[in-house]
Design a protein. Structure first.
Length: 473
């Protein structure tokens, strides 16, 4: 083969790749791993552009997105201010090894630290990483280094990521099953899932039985969590989501988290607050735990910090745990952990939050959207439960008895919305939904925090159309 032929062959390998979606989907089915989540959809959808609350396909069909990339795009797609910040950084400092400093890293950390001081009254420091699961691992390292303990507590229904370490504190066995034994797997505690109480109680007269079951674990040595003589527990930390994300947007009843925090503090167990899905005003507060009277020792964050742009995650921890003498250079590291593009976009996101009144607007919009789905619940008995905190809302899909979980109905709604041929005011439109919950029957709604009231009305009409159609099949 001549050098000219070889060059032609190399060029052909790139230029001959087809562009029509049908052929590309056939190729994807052969060359791409199915280990990600694309093939949860029976017919995966291609998208070309995005703006605000919508994704668009090649025909410019709008798809109203009610999950916003698992709550990573809180400020809407193609947010001009965030995009402009990224463009400026690309032109100025697009790359920099994380062993060197750039001003945006320090400015972003400063805003986060000062905000937590203001909201929780605690002094601490920030350590950056790239993805949410990596930040969870950094939190695990810090807990182990601080306490010397490798055993953790976590909630049933909790989701903290799918790396090996994060899987050990994520309650789903499905994420661990194929990967051997997990000797340091967390001990999982029932979450106060009041609609389906794991203890068979009713919230109006249970006396918060669920937290009593945690408190009794410390009564004597034979409950296995506590040695009253040495005043020691075998657990280093309790990893919590104040509102469960993948578990179905379940919120605890008033007073639960306050009592949990006291029990853990009284017995020397750290509280690690996973805010990866619910942080950055998703619940009407910068941090979801602000709604529930509990002060964490460590906060884990990610996703919406950069509005879905160059990823940045991280942990904030109290000074007593993360001071330089306790957590020195090289304690944990990732090559792209404080990348300049991510910190620049994250800094702009935090500026937007500080300039706006998101606590007011998110709670007002959340109340409006919750009323819309409660109206749907009156019409459709298949909606067994609705609830929401800010713009984190849930619709639990059931059989006609309003209680028996219906994964089939939720899945039909998910698949049908992706087809992109619903009708609304004479326009063809799609609907992007996400499914969570213990029985995979909960439609979890996490729209853009910038969603308009007209778009929420449109969402109501599309959901009504979906439920009406899908429950017939």
């Amino acid at each position: 083969m001549t050098s000219e032929t070889a060059a032609s062959t190399k060029r052909g390998a790139i230029t001959d790749i087809p562009t029509d979606e049908k052929t590309l989907l056939e190729i994807e089915n052969v060359v791409c791993s199915h280990g990600d989540t694309v093939h949860y959809a029976e017919n995966p959808q291609f998208f070309e552009t995005c703006e605000g609350s919508y994704l668009y396909d090649k025909d410019h069909t709008p798809f109203l997105d009610l999950q916003m990339w698992y709550s990573a795009v809180n400020l809407g797609y193609a947010n001009k201010r965030v995009n402009d910040a990224l463009h400026r950084q690309i032109d100025k400092l697009p790359q920099l090894a994380c062993q060197y400093l750039h001003k945006e890293k320090v400015q972003l950390a400063d805003i986060i630290v000062k905000g937590i001081k203001r909201n929780f009254g605690e002094t601490g420091r920030v350590h950056f990483n790239v993805g949410g699961a990596q930040a969870v691992e950094d939190a695990l390292k810090l807990v182990r280094k601080t306490t010397g303990k490798s055993r953790m507590l976590a909630f049933e229904g909790g989701y903290h990521g799918r790396t090996l370490a994060a899987s050990s504190i994520t309650s789903s066995y499905r994420y661990r099953e194929a990967y051997g034994e997990f000797g340091d797997r967390a001990e999982f505690v029932p979450f106060p899932y009041c609609f389906r109480c794991p203890y068979g109680k009713k919230v109006e007269n249970c006396g918060m039985f669920c937290i009593e079951q945690i408190e009794r674990k410390f009564e004597h040595e034979y409950t296995s969590w506590w040695n009253p003589k040495t005043k020691k527990s075998e657990f280093g930390a309790f990893f919590i989501e104040a509102i469960q994300g993948t578990g179905g947007y379940i919120a605890p009843p008033p007073g639960y988290m306050k009592r949990l925090g006291k029990v853990m503090k009284d017995h020397g167990i750290m509280i690690v607050d996973d805010e990866i899905q619910m942080g950055f005003f998703r619940t009407g507060k910068l941090w979801a735990t602000e709604n529930f009277e509990i002060t964490p020792d460590i906060i884990v964050f990610g996703k919406a910090l950069t509005n879905g742009m160059n990823p940045i995650s991280g942990i904030w921890a109290k000074e007593e745990y993360i001071s330089p003498d306790k957590f020195g250079p090289g304690s944990t590291h990732s090559t792209f952990s404080s990348n300049s593009l991510g910190t620049a976009t994250g800094l702009e996101v935090m500026r937007i939050f500080e300039e706006g009144d998101y606590e007011k607007t998110v709670n007002e919009k959340g109340a409006y959207f919750l009323k819309l789905i409660q109206d749907l619940q009156k019409k459709h008995p298949e909606i067994g439960d609705t609830a929401g905190v800010g713009l984190a809302l849930r619709m639990e899909m059931c059989e006609k008895d309003s209680y028996t979980p219906s994964r089939a109905l939720a899945d039909k709604m998910f698949q049908r919305g992706l087809e992109g041929n619903l009708e609304h005011k004479g326009q063809k439109i799609g609907l992007i939904l996400d499914i969570g919950g213990y029985y995979k029957n909960v439609i979890t709604l996490a729209p853009s925090l910038e969603i308009s009231y007209a778009e929420m009305d449109q969402a109501h009409d599309l959901l009504d159309q979906l439920i009406t159609e899908c429950k017939k099949g």
